[in-house]
Design a protein around this ligand. Structure first.
Ligand code: HEM
Length: 438
């Protein structure tokens, strides 16, 4: 089946969606690039299976703001707030892995492989490691010269499908693509503060969301309440096969066990429900559609040719290439950039309104040691046998600020709200992997 997917991708999908990127772009200039990426991702995956989820979300948040140009990787400076500072990006993780890959790629082929390609390749490799499809991905992206927190406009978890779809259609994706991409929620975590309203005061009713399995509501409510407000516990998005990139997410949705409101809505919304049903019943079909949609996403508004730059450090624009948010593209005289700077899109329904966080004092250098990875607190009742350790970090990764203001609770048993830790690097205290919570 994997071969079939690869053939389908090579023959039919790639040429249709990308005329400027190409598979094997670095075969002459840096033949070892893809092997380096694969090897670093493989090593990380051995100790941290959650890295696939981290990369998928990072890639999504990069591509949906200014296209896949690695703008999400840029650190803020004392004079500008980068995308990382925007509410929807507060819990995005995986930056340290990109730094690690980039360091090795730069050592092998200086100033050749873009950070945006590193993200796309690393995500692709991590998907395969998590049991997802294997596929070829075109490369040749270049890195953007602008990263502005105010431009971050990403769909929030409480949107319904009708309101979420307009985030996808301008990027060349249809409902089927969106449903397939949301299949990424078959791995990874959310936090109690994103679902508190579903657990105890859905839409101001004072009751849990009746569209969620009551047994799951009780279990999650216990986990979230146990934290007592001091932490914001992570919750697996797929309560069954939490680390496997499979079609189980859709079965969970059908069983009313979707965790985020948008996930639950996938199964309830008339146009998306049949797509959910077909993906739930046919894992291969899901994988094909997932690859197709991932390739579309990885192709959104890419910079090619002489546009942008090849960053040396993914967290910092190259010296001289830009000095301001609206700095010029590095395009030789006589040539026009492949993609002009965009205007900020109108804010529709972000996870939180972009906030200008205080600028960081010490920007830009990648940490020498990657920060430890956060661990999900709530193991699903039926998680698959774990071959590798579930990444037991000693400390949780830095948490700067809340992603979403919690909705009003009924007052009976409030789920602890997220606390804003603006500008601080306070770490979330997570429970250890495998710790039972019920
Ligand atoms: C309407 C679209 C989407 C919405 C509203 C949405 C919302 C969210 C939210 C609220 C979280 C939890 C964040 C947290 O608790 O810190 C999350 C996690 C995640 N999302 Fe989405 N998402 C969407 C689309 C996507 C897409 C297109 C992908 C990738 C293809 C994706 C991949 C993930 C992954 C893998 C996680 C887990 C991250 C982790 O474990 O760190 N999501 N999403």
């Amino acid at each position: 089946m994997e071969l079939k997917i690869s053939l389908l991708v090579l023959c039919c999908i790639l040429p249709a969606i990308s005329s400027q990127l190409r598979v094997g772009f670095y075969s002459q200039t840096c033949p070892q690039a893809e092997a380096i990426v694969r090897s670093v991702v493989q090593n990380r995956f051995k100790t941290d299976r959650s890295i696939t989820a981290a990369l998928l979300r990072l890639h999504f948040h990069d591509c949906f703001v200014r296209g896949c140009d690695a703008s999400v990787l840029i650190d803020s400076t004392p004079t500008s707030s980068s995308e990382k500072e925007a509410g929807p990006n507060f819990s995005v993780r995986g930056y340290d892995l990109i730094d690690e890959i980039k360091k090795q790629v730069e050592a092998a082929c200086p100033s050749t492989v873009s950070c945006s390609d590193v993200v796309a390749l690393a995500t692709r490799d991590s998907v395969a490691l998590a049991g997802g499809p294997t596929y070829s991905i075109p490369t040749g992206r270049r890195d953007g010269l602008i990263s502005d927190a105010a431009e971050v406009d990403l769909p929030g978890p409480s949107l319904n499908i009708e309101d979420a779809l307009p985030f996808f259609t301008p990027k060349g994706m249809n409902l089927n693509d969106m449903v397939a991409l949301l299949g990424a929620h078959t791995i990874g975590i959310t936090h109690c503060s994103f679902i508190g309203d579903r657990l105890n005061n859905f839409e101001g009713t004072g009751q849990p969301d009746s569209s969620m399995d009551p047994a799951l509501v009780s279990r999650l409510a216990r986990v979230c309440q146990a934290a007592g407000g001091s932490t914001d516990p992570p919750i697996f998005l797929d309560q069954n096969t939490s680390f496997v990139l499979d079609n189980e997410f859709y079965s969970q949705v059908i069983k009313k066990r979707g965790i985020l409101q948008i996930d639950a809505n996938l199964g309830a919304h008339r146009p998306s429900a049949p797509i959910v049903a077909k993906f739930a019943s046919n894992g291969d079909l899901f994988k094909q559609n997932f690859v197709n949609a991932m390739l579309k996403m990885a192709n959104v508004e890419v910079l090619v040719g002489n546009a942008g730059e090849i960053r040396k450090n993914c967290r910092v624009f190259n010296p001289k290439s830009t000095t301001s948010k609206s700095g010029p593209f590095k395009t030789p005289p006589g040539k026009s950039p492949s993609k002009p700077p965009k205007k900020s899109p109108p804010v529709k329904a972000p996870v939180t309104p972009p906030k200008k966080s205080p600028p960081r004092k010490a920007p830009s250098t990648p940490p020498k040691k990657p920060p430890p990875v956060k661990i999900p607190v709530t193991p699903p009742k039926k998680s698959p046998p774990r071959k590798a350790p579930v990444t037991p970090p000693k400390k949780s990764p830095p948490r700067k600020a809340p992603s979403t203001p919690p909705k009003k609770s009924s007052g009976k048993k409030p789920i602890p709200p997220r606390k804003k830790k603006s500008g601080s690097k306070k770490r979330r205290q997570s429970k250890k992997a495998g710790q039972p919570n019920n």
